[in-house]
Design a protein around this ligand. Structure first.
Ligand code: SAM
Ligand code: SF4
Length: 346
């Protein structure tokens, strides 16, 4: 892209937070735009959400999944996956430890495990909420009534990535799942008053920059409170095991573009990024991101929750992660968020 065009697109994204799909796709396709986009996104991040980096303690509580997403190590047809399911007491104990370690927010994530009926989950939600924590769920697709029950039990936020807005690609990669139902879930979550996080994978076979541009405009159109993206990390025990990993330079442009178009959103620097490129968490925190989700799961469960191989920090203890992240954040001249770090509105 010509330098003049590039500059004017980035300036418009920074001042108006709007771009047309073709303009966005052109920036995403342009490797030369990376540094300028990151600098503009970093300024936008500071202006809208400040220098705080919010830490969310991630509790991975079940590796059973009834779905069969082609990229994911937890898919039901992966006979090599080691399955585990934490008890209610174990989950609550991890939440207590997360609180003691200074995390104001915990995220409970799992495969789509039918053992955890909404009623069982709601009981756990109530116990975790009694600790005074802000609670995010990431347990996949449920009915509106189930989401309502969990919301009434006290769950504050929900993460459900759309994965890709290319409907045909979505239904090819997530066999048996429907794009319509994914949209329905996100709409129900919003209507029920959850803070809603969504996001996409970068590097899916057949995905284009045009479809990534459509993903970002979709996040904007639903007014997403949080947007988490991950590069595809190929897992040899899945049908996508032979694919190349997501391009981290493209991932960085996507993160920056999300900050420019959704200036108030919470944007995590994700574990998948760090897995593909050590140091990526800091790089992304300087390119628009403002959230990190350190793992607080302990022992065997931490290893067995294997979406992809080589997961960053898998052998570390939760206390080590907390101290390490705090040190890294301070070294960048940023501060660790004190409160729940919810969606800010200008
Ligand atoms: N089952 C719930 C769901 O799918 O929403 C929550 C857990 S799921 C493991 C969380 C996220 O992991 C998915 O949204 C997907 O984007 C990501 N993921 C799965 N496999 C991955 C892979 N091989 N590389 C990168 N991210 C992956
Ligand atoms: Fe299950 Fe979520 Fe993995 Fe899909 S991405 S297989 S729903 S855990």
């Amino acid at each position: 892209m010509e330098e003049q065009t590039r500059r004017s697109l980035i300036e418009r994204a920074e001042s108006k937070h709007r771009l047309a799909r073709e303009e966005l796709a052109a920036l995403l396709a342009d490797e030369g735009a990376e540094e300028e986009m990151a600098a503009a996104a970093d300024r936008t991040r500071r202006a809208y959400v400040g220098d705080e980096v919010h830490l969310r303690g991630l509790i991975e509580f079940s590796s059973y999944c009834k779905q069969n997403c082609l990229y994911c190590g937890l898919r039901r047809d992966n006979g090599k996956a080691e399955r585990f399911r934490l008890s209610r007491a174990e989950i609550v104990a991890l939440a207590e430890k997360a609180k003691a370690a200074g995390y104001p927010t915990v995220v409970m994530q799992s495969g789509e495990d039918a053992w955890f009926t909404a009623e069982r989950l709601a009981e756990i939600v109530r116990e975790v909420k009694r600790l005074g924590l802000t609670l995010t769920l990431s347990v996949g697709e449920r009915t509106r009534d189930e989401y309502r029950l969990l919301r009434e039990a006290g769950a504050d936020r929900f993460l459900l990535r759309i994965e890709t807005t290319d409907r045909a690609l979505y239904e090819r990669l997530d066999p048996g799942m429907s794009f319509e139902n994914r949209l329905r879930c996100l709409a129900d979550l919003k209507a029920l008053g959850y803070e809603v996080g969504t996001g996409c994978l970068v590097g899916l076979p057949g995905q284009t920059v045009d479809s990534l541009a459509a993903d970002i405009l979709f996040f904007q159109s639903i007014d997403a409170d949080m947007v988490g993206i991950g590069p595809l990390v190929p897992n040899g025990d899945t049908p996508l095991g032979g694919e190349p990993p997501g391009d981290m330079r493209l991932v960085r442009r996507v993160v920056s573009a999300i900050r420019l178009l959704l200036p108030e959103a919470n944007i995590p620097a994700t574990t998948a990024m760090e897995t593909l490129q050590p140091g990526a968490r800091e790089l992304m925190l300087r390119s628009g991101a403002n959230v990190v989700m350190p793992n607080v799961t302990e022992g065997e469960a931490r290893r067995k929750y294997a979406l992809y191989p080589g997961k960053a920090c898998v052998a570390d203890t939760p206390d080590h992660c907390r101290a390490c992240m705090e040190g890294r954040i301070r070294a960048m001249g940023r501060t660790v968020g004190k409160g729940a770090g919810g969606r800010r509105r200008a």
